[in-house]
Design a protein around this ligand. Sequence first.
Ligand SMILES: CSC[C@@H](O)[C@@H](O)C(=O)COP(=O)(O)O
Ligand SMILES: [Zn+2]
Length: 218
Amino acid sequence: MTVTLEQRADAFRRLDEAKLAFARRDWFPGTSGNLSIKLSDDPLQFAVTASGKDKTKLSPEDYLVVDGESRPVEPTALKPSAETLIHAVVYKRIPQAGACFHVHTVWNNLVSELYFGQRAFSIQGQELIKGLGIWEENARITIPIVENFAHIPTLAAAIDKVITPDVPGVLIRNHGIYAWGANDFEAKRHLESFEFLFEYHVRWLQLRQNAVSLTHTS
Ligand SMILES: CSC[C@@H](O)[C@@H](O)C(=O)COP(=O)(O)O
Ligand SMILES: [Zn+2]
């Protein structure tokens, strides 16, 4: 299937929108983060952020199109995100994924470190779990956590082993989250829901700890 110039331009425009929305929340500290939107399945091609850019800004050199091996499909001086291989793994492992977003936040880093021992973080009974597309009564979700291997093929292989269509995300220890969805709208909803759940959980732990300390000092 050939990707048309219109599809490419539409994906770049959607990436601009997602990028600005996340930038407003300070989700791209120090040029971290990367975003992609799938353009075709067979052969796999997706639009992805160029490496090392300031993702709080828009420029004509922000994105490029790559194939399933993370190689640019068009002549370009741009370098794809250093973590493009992870996007490729998500699209190959979860064929229904149409967009994949990665951000580093303090809340996702705290949760990834707190629960790395269990290699997963679970949470139950929160309304925002519905934001992940899970509507059962009192649902519990479990997001896997992988080690932050510096060697990206090793990191991508670790992610490949643990992701499933049951939960649309994976945490990397003291690094960040990858969240995906059928399209950019859904991937953004999933990412925002995860981040709400992480922040809620860490704040709740802090409040509980403060309450315990108060009981012991009074
Ligand atoms: C300087 S932030 C850390 C980066 O190594 C990486 O984790 C990241 O998210 C951004 O890398 P990039 O190559 O710009 O997509
Ligand atoms: Zn990263």
